[in-house]
Design a protein around this ligand. Structure first.
Ligand SMILES: *Cc1c(COP(=O)(O)O)cnc(C)c1O
Length: 378
């Protein structure tokens, strides 16, 4: 007999043994780049709220207004009666910001990726991923039943090699990558990938979860066929999006399972996302700050100039990364230890996400700690 709790206790012990067990900790965010755990306040380098918009008075006020006007919950799927009027405003703004005909908002970035890939692809099709692509992109392909292959990270030639070998045996083909890699902070060669995708009659999907809000106004996102992303990071609210052509978005309304079979977002979340996107469009100075802070940090430690607001410090095994995170925590800083399966084995790391709200003196103190600990072998 399989006693559920006995089975799971064994699983948990195995995770503990490899230091891959994950636990939840109550974390109260508020104000600037700080997080309170219990009685202690930390400076967080782990939040993806790059612009601090989740705490912005205009964004909070928009959320409250939306609740007062429409209530706390959506009440049904968007396809039924859950399609709050704020969706249309948010979607036309997103399409404008991304330079596409249309946009479709989902309940999360995860749901957007799952929804669009599984709606477009099927058993006769092929999905090619960058080796470091986010779990939500891979899960979308799994749900679709398509065949899938992974190309070497940011390696267009390897992608082309796989296309040359496998494209002809499949009906549709999709190449999938991130604009900014969430755990490495480097950027994909979008223009080159787009060229290769076109050559092999494939569609390119780019996930801009960590680029949106950081690279606005600069041509960081040449128009891939499908652009996805989240409203939960720099936008500071919640939800995700797919931007692309009008037929794409109309098709998603009928075929994307996470859209069809899940209740719409609470109006407060849509109102907050809308207000935050409007701020992002207007505040170029604010949007430039996360990258500037990341560059300041890298300069202090002699690291190469960052390509985004995400800076990894690869430590090696799980124990080293966890111990380093614990030492930073003792000193009042939160920087998550990222371990497999989120990153490949042997590349456990500290991941620093820089925000517009970080103060120079805090970045200096953090860098000094890292230097003294000798975690930065440069
Ligand atoms: C965070 C993230 C997502 C998921 O977005 P959520 O809105 O948090 O569900 C998808 N893709 C990438 C690359 C991410 O980093």
């Amino acid at each position: 007999m399989l006693v559920l709790d006995a089975v799971l206790t064994e699983e948990l012990a195995a995770l503990e043994g490899t230091r891959r067990r994950r636990v939840l900790r109550a974390s109260a965010r508020g104000g600037a780049a700080t997080v309170k755990r219990g009685e202690r306040e930390y400076i967080s380098f782990s939040c993806n709220d790059y612009l601090g918009l989740s705490q912005h008075p205009a964004v909070k006020a928009a959320a409250i207004r939306a609740i007062e006007e429409y209530g706390a919950g959506a009440g049904a799927s968007r396809l039924v009666t859950g399609n709050c009027p704020l969706y249309a405003e948010l979607e036309s703004l997103l399409a404008e910001m991304k330079g596409t005909e249309a946009a479709c908002v989902f309940n999360s970035g995860y749901a957007a990726n799952l929804g669009v890939i599984s709606a477009l692809m099927g058993k006769q099709d092929l999905v090619l991923f960058d080796r470091l692509a986010h779990a939500s992109l891979i899960d979308g392909a799994m749900l679709s039943g398509a065949a899938w292959l992974r190309f070497k990270h940011n390696d267009t030639a390897d992608c082309e090699r796989l296309l040359a070998g496998a494209r002809a045996a499949h009906r549709r083909c999709m190449v999938v990558t991130e604009t900014v890699f969430s755990m490495d902070g480097d950027r994909a060669p979008i223009a080159a990938l787009l060229e290769v995708a076109r050559k092999y009659d494939a569609w390119l999907l780019t996930d801009d979860a960590h680029g949106f809000g950081i690279f606005n106004g600069s041509p960081a996102s040449p128009p891939a066929h499908l652009q996805t992303g989240t409203l939960s990071k720099a936008v500071g609210a919640g939800g995700g999006y797919v931007c692309g052509s009008q037929p794409l978005v109309e098709y998603l309304h009928s075929a994307a399972r996470p859209l069809v079979y899940s209740t719409g977002l609470p109006p407060a979340v849509i109102g907050a996302a809308l207000a935050a996107c409007r701020l992002m469009r207007e505040e170029a100075e604010l949007c430039a700050m996360p990258l500037r802070n990341a560059a300041f940090f890298c300069g202090l430690l002699g690291l190469p100039a960052p390509e985004s607001a995400v800076v990894p410090l690869v430590m090696g095994d799980e124990a080293r990364a966890l111990d380093a995170a614990a030492r930073l925590e003792e000193a009042g800083f939160l920087a998550a230890a990222i371990r497999p399966p989120t990153v490949p084995p042997g590349t456990s790391r500290l991941r620093f996400a820089f925000s517009a709200l970080h103060r120079e003196e805090d970045i200096e103190r953090l860098a000094a700690l890292i230097r003294v600990a000798g975690w930065c072998r440069r």
